[in-house]
Design a protein around this ligand. Structure first.
Ligand SMILES: Cc1cc2nc3c(=O)[nH]c(=O)nc-3n(C[C@H](O)[C@H](O)[C@H](O)COP(=O)(O)OP(=O)(O)OC[C@H]3O[C@@H](n4cnc5c(N)ncnc54)[C@H](O)[C@@H]3O)c2cc1C
Length: 390
């Protein structure tokens, strides 16, 4: 797998079948599928690659299944992934352990780079360090402004895919679509630690739940510990950083403290739980986190992003044959069945997590009814075949 896109083509060509904004898992997988279908694809990313991202980096069985289905079954391993076998939850000094049917921990920098590399190998042109903005629609094309810090230019696309993650702000000048952010939404935060502590061995997601949110810890193949947290915004009032809050959550959960956690270089996100409606506009479709996201407790965001990146391909192929306004609703329906429908479990988990007594009840029940727990885990980890709107 290589990581060289022809810079001349990406920089000079001014008309594309598809411009995809955002090179996370959703954008990269859509780029790969559309390039394979013969479309000319420009994938634009505002950061230099590889770039890190606030994310636990846990791929569940469903994410691995989508990769397998497009011939990238070994990609996570090649990107330095390491298997995950169990989930350890701590809350109020009690601990529960669940066996997981499948999973792999990856560093998002390497994983996303490998995915973009696979898209490039399929014919995608990649433009990093470039911020894209949908400028103005006309009947046949959309114009997209590309700004790399020194120069700006405009390209045309027959279809634009917005895969810009949580930072999506809608499109200036267009009434829709816009993201509705849930009240009291938590924010995300993450950091890497060179911690050798034997209290947090590899192969396990260590999840501590406290009053102000939760912290997940996973050991990467290179030995570093990756911490990712969802934190209630009021916990950060008065300038408290995520480090001290994460440390408090570990202690409340009864997990051992981790040296360096408080002073680590944490990166934060905007509010996490949000929903975008409708999922597009004229010649524009929205996917991945940009289409809506729910807190990361169940660790499914990458699977949702990959599934939407795979499922959008036939819709865009139809759009390239002939744009119909109804394609936006068709994509909305597919997305609902594939992703939004499944986000409801995660939404329920977020409600439970805010009430310690419910956490104890839920995990107590899980220990008593292992068959039901196994079924839930199996469902969360199974990739669905492609569904299309009728
Ligand atoms: C704390 C936390 C922990 C998480 N843990 C997990 C986990 O363990 N497992 C899991 O499956 N999911 C997890 N997630 C969720 C997961 O990170 C996301 O769901 C996933 O990254 C979504 O992929 P995406 O492609 O939609 O967006 P992203 O991965 O966010 O990619 C969007 C890309 O678009 C680029 N971009 C944005 N605007 C522009 C622009 N104007 N021009 C050019 N480029 C632009 C960004 O730089 C970014 O690279 C977690 C999330 C959080 C916050």
């Amino acid at each position: 797998m290589t990581f060289t896109s022809d810079p001349t083509t990406a920089a000079q060509r001014s008309a594309w079948d598809v411009v995809i904004i955002g090179a996370g898992p959703a954008g990269a997988l859509a780029a790969l599928g559309l390039s394979r279908s013969g479309a000319s694809v420009l994938l634009v990313e505002k950061y230099d690659f590889p770039r890190e991202k606030v994310c636990g980096g846990c791929l569940n069985g469903r994410a691995l299944g989508v990769l397998e289905s497009v011939g990238l079954g070994t990609l996570a391993l090649q990107a330095g992934g390491t298997p995950i076998e169990s989930f350890r939850l701590g809350q109020g000094g009690r601990e529960w352990n669940l066996k997981l049917p499948a999973g792999m921990a990856v560093a998002r920098g390497s994983f996303d780079q490998a995915l973009v590399g696979a898209a490039i190998d399929s014919g995608t042109s990649f433009l990093p360090r470039t911020e894209a903005r949908v400028a103005s629609p006309s009947r046949e094309v959309l114009r997209v402004e590309l700004e790399d810090g020194r120069t700006s230019r405009t390209v045309e696309a027959r279809v634009v895919l917005l895969a810009t993650g949580l930072s999506s702000r809608g499109i200036p000048g267009w009434a829709r679509p816009g993201a509705r952010i849930a009240p009291r939404s938590r924010i995300g935060a993450g950091c890497f630690l060179d911690a050798t502590s034997p209290d947090y061995p590899g192969g396990t997601i260590h999840m501590a739940v406290g009053r102000d949110g939760y912290v997940g810890l996973i050991r990467l193949a290179d030995g570093r510990l990756h911490a990712a947290a969802a934190i209630g915004p009021t916990a950060l009032d008065g300038g408290t950083g995520p480090g001290p809050v994460a440390d408090r959550i570990l202690r409340e959960a009864g997990f051992p403290s981790l040296g360096g956690l408080q002073d680590a270089r944490w990166k934060g996100t905007v509010a996490l739980t949000r929903q975008t409606r409708p999922l597009g506009d004229h010649r524009l479709l929205i996917l991945g986190d940009a289409a809506g996201y729910v807190e990361p407790f169940t660790g499914e965001g990458i699977a949702w992003a990959l599934e939407s990146g795979r499922a959008i391909v036939p819709v865009v192929v139809r759009a390239l044959e002939r744009w119909e306004p109804s394609l936006v609703d068709q994509w909305g329906e597919i997305h609902h069945r594939l992703v939004r429908h499944r986000q409801s479990f995660c939404r329920a988990a977020a409600i439970v997590l805010r009430r310690p007594v419910l956490v104890r009840a839920a995990f107590g029940a899980a220990a008593w009814i292992p068959g039901a727990t196994a079924q839930v885990l199996q469902r969360m980890n199974t990739s669905r075949p492609l569904v299309e709107a009728s």
